[in-house]
Design a protein around this ligand. Structure first.
Ligand code: ADP
Ligand code: UDP
Length: 238
């Protein structure tokens, strides 16, 4: 499968057409951004790690009955995926208070919830990805009620599966962001990526951050953290 014209260049990936209208190639970059693009940098080797990690996790989720866009890893940084029309919602699942949740609600980072939470942001860079509830999503016609139900159901099942997997690696899954899309027949599938860019992953014992917060918060050891989390995944996901 060959890359044809570039359709899109985002903050972390480039997207290319292929000779099959139902398939795309995504190419993962080392570019890193935070705070809606305000902070920019590079994390050497990140593209390779995010590509491989996302693919392995999606293959694992497929085995658990979650449909995803993943088709085939083509190279270190490139993957063939099913083309979807992205549902413009960023779905965030949380097990532990951190980041914007801690800030908005005045809860110390690290407080463990009795049950996971889910929230949606409107995927719209110009508006700064504002938080919205399902009534807002319906009013804006971003998805149908059935699609929202499916997305919520998949998101909690993905959380259960990923939480259990990361635990075997000695890693606590704090929170993560998902994107879903529609195939040409309307089927909802998990799309985009699952990586340390889009998840908070803490060492279970020391609570050391092994994710993009090291970049966001200038904690140092960014490349080392990405390498460490990938090493743990490789040791536990055959
Ligand atoms: P951003 O757009 O936030 O800067 P990226 O750099 O990760 O993000 O760009 C990848 C883009 O491709 C995102 O807009 C994402 O929604 C979109 N995308 C991810 N998976 C698919 C897919 N299977 N089909 C179509 N678009 C996708
Ligand atoms: N997240 C993401 N993309 C975004 C916003 C958040 O991947 O545009 C991920 C982030 O990495 C974290 C989770 O979603 O794992 C929750 O992020 P939060 O709302 O706490 O936002 P932040 O602290 O990044 O402002």
């Amino acid at each position: 499968m060959e890359k044809l014209q570039q359709l899109y260049e985002g903050k972390a990936k480039k997207v290319f057409a292929t000779d099959d209208p139902e398939l795309l190639i995504v190419d993962y970059k080392d570019d890193a951004t935070a705070f809606n693009g305000l902070k920019k940098g590079t994390i050497a080797g990140k593209g390779v790690i995010n590509n491989q990690m996302s693919n392995r996790l999606m293959a694992y989720l497929e085995k658990q009955g979650i449909p995803t866009h993943f088709v085939k890893e083509l190279s270190d940084r490139e993957t063939l995926v099913k083309k979807v029309s992205i549902v413009p919602l960023e779905v965030i699942v949380r097990n532990i208070a951190a980041g914007s949740f801690s800030k908005h609600y005045g809860v110390e980072e690290g407080v463990v919830f009795d049950q996971p939470t889910i929230e949606f942001s409107y995927k719209n860079d110009a508006l700064g990805d504002p938080l919205l509830n399902t009534y807002h999503a319906l009013a804006l016609k971003l998805a149908t009620p059935e699609e929202i139900k499916t997305i919520e159901d998949y998101s909690f099942r993905i959380n259960d599966a990923l939480k259990a997997f990361w635990l075997t690696c000695g890693v606590t899954l704090v929170d993560f962001k998902l994107e879903f899309g529609r195939l040409s027949d309307g089927t909802i599938v998990l799309a985009d990526e699952i990586s340390p860019d889009t998840s908070r992953l803490w060492d279970s014992k020391t609570h050391e951050k092994l994710d993009k917060d090291r970049f966001r918060r200038d904690l140092g050891g960014v490349e080392e953290a990405y390498a460490e989390i990938m090493k743990r995944l490789e040791a536990h996901l055959k």
